[in-house]
Ligand binder design. Structure first.
Ligand SMILES: Nc1c(C(=O)O)ncn1[C@@H]1O[C@H](COP(=O)(O)O)[C@@H](O)[C@H]1O
Length: 163
């Protein structure tokens, strides 16, 4: 069974949430991605969240836009860590998604990432960091990723004044 589940409210979220999948690929973490919606498929959401731990998932990433109740509702049904990604909405640029996900009531936690692709990529990174607590291969891949990122920045040519 994959180590991480990536769920999203709609297929239209996939271009954003694919950044989480890409990061997990880079770090050698297995995942399963699917559409689950608190609003449109409520029975599936309950079934998915209640069985996620028994299926062997270690972390769940939930991405949704607008009235983004998905990550919070998943967290309400499972003890697994849930990371929420506010997908950029067409009307309010994702601020609605962010507020929907971040303002959880005390006692049910969702770790909220940044709006959009950076948030999705970091959700993948954070999920890998959780997996790495028990998985040395993933831990080594994260350390290597970080070292490469630092080396890439330091190797950049000096800044020049714009013309
Ligand atoms: N926020 C939610 C939930 C949910 O929270 O359960 N289900 C779908 N959606 C969001 O609706 C937006 C528009 O969806 P469509 O593009 O399918 O109309 C998507 O960003 C999705 O995450």
């Amino acid at each position: 069974m994959p180590q991480v589940a990536i769920v999203m409210g709609s297929k239209s979220d996939w271009p954003t949430m694919a950044q989480a999948a890409k990061m997990l690929d880079t770090l050698g973490v297995s995942y399963h991605a699917q559409v689950v919606s608190a609003h449109r498929t409520p029975a599936l959401l309950t079934e998915f969240s209640e069985t996620a731990a028994d299926k062997g998932y270690q972390v769940i990433i939930g991405g949704a836009g607008g009235a983004a109740h998905l990550p919070g509702m998943i967290a309400a049904h499972t003890h697994l860590p849930v990371f929420g990604v506010p997908v950029r909405s067409s009307q309010l640029s994702g601020v609605d998604s962010l507020y929907s996900i971040v303002q959880m009531p005390k006692g049910v936690a969702v770790g909220t990432l940044a709006i959009g692709e950076a948030g999705a990529a970091n959700a993948g990174l954070l999920a890998a960091q959780v997996v790495a607590l028990q998985d040395k291969t993933v831990r080594d891949a994260i350390i290597q990723f970080r070292q490469q990122q630092t080396a890439d920045v330091l190797a950049q040519p000096p800044l020049e004044l714009p013309e």
